[in-house]
Each structure stands twice: as C-alpha cells, then as structure tokens.
Design a protein around this ligand. Structure first.
Ligand code: UTP
Length: 390
C-alpha cells in the first residue's frame, strides 16, 4: 500500500550510509591484537579484606545508599537467542516453586535492599524496539511488582543498527522495513544519555549507577562495599569479577590494554596468557567480567558522548528477498553489529575491581537446559543454594 511504501522510505531515511559502509568494511578486517600491550590488572578480593577495611568501605557506601545516591539499570534489550525463550528474557521463569520471572527475582532483591537502607532504589530498564512492548505489558500485568512507573521505574529503548548480508546489502525484515537489530550492551551509555535517563537520574539526586544484565538471577545490585571502594579509591568505575573456573572458560577477563583498564575476550587471549599464573599459582588473567558494573553518573555521560567500536557477529536472520519472498535461513547469513559495554573502560585511567564469590553472586541464564551450562537448571540450583530453599 502507499502507506507501507512511505513507511519503508522513512525507514531508509534513518540509515546513516557512511556508518553502514564502515561497518561492512570492518566485517572484513582481520583483528590484530599483537600491537596492544596487555598486562594483568589489580583487584581486591572481597573475602580477603581486613575487617577494618571492609567496615570502612561498607560505611562509606551505606551512607551514600541511604542518601538515595544509587540507581540501578538492568539491561534487558538482548535477543536471548541461546536461551530460545518466546518473549523478553526477563519474563523467563527459571523453574523455582514460586515460578517468579527473572524480572521479579531482580525486583525482589531491589526491594529487599531498599528496605534495608530505608530508600526506594530507582530502577531503569533498557529494552529494545523488539521487546519493549512485551516488557512493559509484562510489568503492567504484574502491577510493576510494587514499583511505580515514571516515578521510580523507568523504561527506555536502546539504539539499533541495520543488519546486512555478506555482500554488504542491507536486509529487509518480515515487516517490510529495513531490518534493524539492537546495538549490543555497549549501546547502554548512548541510550541512557539520548533518552535523557541521565537527566532523570540527576533530578533524583543519583550519583552512582549499578548497571547489570537481566540474566543473572543472583546479581547483587546494591553493594555498599563496591561503592565504598570506588569512592575511597577516587575512581568513577568499579566492577565485580569472579575467578575464572579454568584457564579455558569462555569468559572475558579484566586486564590493562596499553595501560588502560579493559576486558580481553576469550577469543583474543593466547593460550600462554590464559595459562599464566603468579607466584601463588593464581591465574594472572583470572578475573572474569560478569557484567556487574558501578559507574559514577559523570562517567556515564563521558562514555555516552562518543559511540564505541562495533564488533561483528554472523547470525541467522530472516529477510524478504528481491522478489518479495520470505527467506528463513538455517545457517548464519547476516552480519549484526554490537558494541560491548566494557570497551568504554578504556576511557578512564583507572577503575576498581572487586572479586566476589561465584556461588553468591553469579548464576547466569544464557543457554537452554540442553547445554547443561549457564542454563535454567544450573541457575536454579545456585539460586536455591544461596537462598536456602531446599
Ligand atoms: P548477552 O550478550 O548474553 O546476550 O547479553 P543475550 O541477548 O541475552 O543472549 P544471546 O547472546 O542472544 O543468546 C548480556 C546482557 O546484556 C543485555 C542482555 O539483555 C543481557 O542482560 N543486552 C545484550 C542488551 O540489553 N542489549 C543488547 O543489544 C545485547
């Protein structure tokens, strides 16, 4: 129809073709990391802190939380392709007796912490265009789990980029419009700034923001020790880590890259580096990034000012071909471009890293049960153990 044609033209007009060309070129580049100087980075082990240090950090963080200076952001814009759940990942029920969704488990923890400190912790949820409606409907159906939309609960939509085929041609999606895909969790900074969520945070008097994923059902979003360390160290970013399960676990690890804090991905690390140990036999690059990050609002603004580099993923994507037929591929056929949250770490000179215990803070739901790792079954077991539910 005329209307559909107009909509299609409008969707073309939103494309930045220079950017698309650069993205396509980058899909052909061989990544060369040999010039980067990679070194281990310092961290603090929470379980080995001296009692007086632990108390000191805790009291610094606690007073800020009680003053209402902390907000939480949950990144829930991902497609959750590995899990394969029909609906936003946050709506997934991991199979507890309560049948609570990931969103509700996170919300329970926020409410409990808020009660402890006598505040309501503002909660910001990043969705994608694809799952925004379903996410908000889910919250509405559950009466926002006791939170109040637009007062202490805010939804915002992350950015998108066109998907293209191996020849660099932009795909058309099933809806007849340009096929767009969420721009990765690294889109968080730009999305917070562009959607004026940072302004909202400032209005609320927020100074520190915990940013985490939706798929870790043990995520500890309110942690006075983490905040206390950041403030005491005078840094604007503090992250949590857990020890890598073994040298070959497929996780990104913290490091210094050309002197700046960074995360080196498992695909980048050499065997020699992965296996290297210090004098105590601990892995030199053993601190896994678990997407638990605390930022000062100023750091978010700085990171959101310029886009991050994009990484290319080769994925399966349905599209409409030039004859108007829907093509459903059974193997990857399209490039998707994603920014990674940790690529922004290099914008600060220093950050704090706090090693926490895996069994206390990390129960990810990435895969379906058939994978038997980071799946609902393993997450449920960890959740039950931690909360003494058995
Ligand atoms: P993952 O990288 O595990 O991606 O996201 P995913 O979308 O959940 O799952 P797969 O890779 O398709 O199987 C880690 C966290 O970052 C969020 C996810 O929602 C999850 O909480 N994320 C990821 C976004 O918010 N936006 C994105 O574009 C990508």
């Amino acid at each position: 129809s005329e209307e559909e044609k107009q909509e299609f033209l409008n969707s073309i007009l939103t494309i930045d073709f220079n950017q698309v060309e650069k993205l396509y070129e980058s899909s052909k580049e061989e990544k060369d990391f040999s010039n980067a100087k990679i070194e281990p980075i310092d961290f603090v082990d929470k379980s080995k802190l001296k009692k007086e240090d632990s108390k000191k950090y805790e009291s610094i963080g606690e007073s800020k939380i009680k003053e209402g200076k902390l907000a939480v952001v949950t990144m829930a814009g991902g497609q959750g392709t590995r899990l394969g759940h029909d609906g936003p990942k946050g709506t997934f029920d991991i199979g507890l007796d309560s049948h609570k969704s990931l969103f509700e488990l996170l919300c329970d923890s926020l409410k409990e912490e808020g009660k402890k400190y006598g505040v309501t912790i503002p909660w910001f949820i990043m969705t994608s265009r694809e799952n925004n409606k379903a996410t908000i409907e889910f919250f509405e159906k559950h009466k926002y789990f006791g939170y109040q939309k637009d007062k202490n609960l805010f939804f915002f939509i992350q950015g998108e980029l066109p998907m293209m085929d191996t020849e660099g041609k932009i795909l058309i999606g099933e809806d007849g419009l340009v096929k767009l895909a969420a721009d990765g969790h690294g889109g968080i900074y730009e999305a917070l700034v562009k959607n004026k969520m940072v302004d909202k945070m400032k209005e609320l008097g927020v100074e520190w923001v915990f940013i985490g994923g939706v798929d870790n059902c043990l995520v500890k979003m309110v942690d006075p020790v983490l905040m206390g360390i950041a403030i005491d160290k005078g840094v604007t970013v503090a992250c949590k880590s857990v020890v890598k399960a073994n040298p070959y676990e497929k996780v990104g690890v913290f490091c210094r890259r050309n002197g700046k804090p960074n995360v080196i991905e498992y695909s980048e690390i050499t065997e020699e580096m992965a296996e290297a140990v210090d004098e105590n036999g601990e892995l030199l690059y053993g601190e896994s990034h678990i997407l638990c990050n605390l930022f000062n609002v100023k750091a978010i603004e700085r990171m959101g000012a310029n886009p991050l580099p994009y990484h290319v993923a080769y994925k399966k994507a349905k599209y409409i071909d030039k004859d108007g037929n829907l093509v459903v591929p059974d193997s990857p056929n399209a490039y998707k471009f994603e920014a990674f949250l940790f690529d922004a770490f290099g914008k600060v000179d220093d950050m704090a890293i706090l090693r926490v215990k895996r069994e206390e803070e990390f129960a990810p739901v990435k895969n379906s049960d058939s994978a038997d790792v980071d799946c609902p079954r393993t997450a449920r077991k960890l959740y039950k153990q931690f909360h003494h539910l058995d």
